[in-house]
Write a protein that binds this ligand. Structure first.
Ligand SMILES: Cc1ncc(COP(=O)(O)O)c(C=O)c1O
Length: 389
């Protein structure tokens, strides 16, 4: 056990991976803005660990070490975007002639890369309701080399029982990758529940301030880490040192932001439940959440994502989104600014309609990402928009 493992989560968030700069004493790891690294001699090549910034960079390494200290596992890798993390991981573990199983509800970009790009290179993909581990078991074929779940899923918040699906994956020798973007390691640690890889769009809660896009994976096994690292280097999907620097600063307050944003989300969900112009509210912290027992069992918090359906369907939903003033209509989530998104026309626009509806992504679904503003102000803005319908 390293010293990092013995410290509490909030201490690791602030300190892991970073120590004062050996040359200047700077408290923050500098932005190592460099392409290359001068080697001592041919015989001492790579002695300091770096050759070229596509393969590795010290600012990015500091962030990777911090993420490992939070997620656990053998190590982490950072990427240019969350989608780069997803693509490199799928490409490393599954390929031509192979078969991959995905949750039927995943981020729209994950669905798009699988069905519109990787399929062209011979990867077969099945989208199944992973909320029942039996569905995963029956979808496994002889050539299945990857199980990819997202929990809670974007945007419906459907949960996968991570421990149960990991057990199925392990019994069949198939790596299980979990997109943990919505809850972060503060609330949910898939590697501790038996998953092989946990993945993030660091764009969201990790960086948290709408400043940068990035991605990460953490792997339980060194073997998987090396496979994904090889693909990252081949594709050139590494995170830049500037983004790693921003993310290193943002992540220091991740748990504090999540606590406050989740408290806001609960208050907002409770308010929405009482409004006559709201037909349905979904938030894992509400007693009415369909998978409440699982939500409480596998995570220590419920996050800041919620959704609702407005009475009056799509037109009423559009009117509501246009009348909000404090909430910004924008594609992102997990930031300190509260955001509202119409998933059907924004994040999941490329998903075929029948598949989307079957997965519960309805036309009237309004997705909220509760930020750090005062809950009463956020509720007042929603109230004026709902009252006006
Ligand atoms: C759950 C989830 N995973 C992955 C991604 C992709 O991340 P990025 O936008 O950083 O490429 C997103 C983006 O919204 C997401 O919501």
């Amino acid at each position: 056990m390293s010293d990092n493992d013995k410290q509490h989560f909030k201490t690791r968030e602030v300190h892991a991976g970073v120590s004062p700069d050996p040359v200047t004493g700077a408290i923050l790891t500098p932005i190592y803005q460099t392409t290359t690294y001068v080697q001592e001699s041919v015989d001492q090549y790579l002695e300091k660990g770096y050759s070229y910034s596509r393969s590795g960079n010290p600012t990015v390494t500091a962030l990777e070490d911090r993420i490992t200290a939070l997620e656990g596992g053998a190590g982490s890798l950072c990427f240019a975007t969350g989608m780069a993390a997803t693509s490199c991981t799928i490409m490393a573990l599954a390929g031509s002639g192979k078969h991959a199983i995905f949750s039927d509800v995943v981020y729209g970009g994950t669905h798009r890369i699988s069905t519109k790009v990787l399929n062209r290179w011979g990867l077969e993909c099945s989208f199944v309701d992973t909320s029942d581990p039996e569905n995963v078991k029956s979808a496994i074929r002889e050539n299945t080399t990857l199980i990819f779940t997202e929990s809670p899923a974007n945007p419906t918040l459907k949960l996968t029982d991570i421990a149960a699906v990991s057990e199925v994956a392990q019994a069949n020798g198939i790596p299980h990758v979990v997109d943990n973007t919505f809850l972060t390691p503060y609330f949910q640690r898939p590697l501790e529940l038996g998953a092989d890889i946990t993945l993030h769009s660091t764009t969201k809660f990790m960086e948290g301030h709408n400043v940068s896009v990035g991605g990460s994976i953490s792997a339980a096994k060194k073997e998987h880490l090396e496979q994904v690292m090889f693909v990252r280097n081949c594709l050139g999907s590494n995170m830049t040192p500037m983004v790693a620097f921003y993310t290193l600063q943002g992540i220091k307050t991740m748990s504090t932001r999540l606590e406050a944003q989740s408290a806001n989300a609960l208050k907002i969900a409770q308010f929405l439940e009482t409004h006559p112009n709201v037909d349905r509210v979904c938030y894992p912290g509400l007693e009415s959440f369909p998978q409440k027992e699982l939500a409480d069992r596998q995570a220590s918090g419920h996050g800041s994502m919620l959704w609702f359906e407005v009475h009056g369907g799509v037109e009423a939903g559009k009117k509501l989104m246009d009348s909000l003033q404090l909430w910004s209509l924008a594609e992102n989530l997990g930031s300190v600014e509260s955001l509202v998104t119409h998933s059907v026309t924004m994040t999941h626009a490329d998903m075929p309609k029948e598949e989307r509806l079957a997965a519960g992504i309805t036309d009237g679904l309004v997705r909220l990402s509760a930020g750090l503003e005062t809950a009463e102000d956020l509720i007042a803005d929603l109230k004026q928009a709902l009252d006006g319908l």
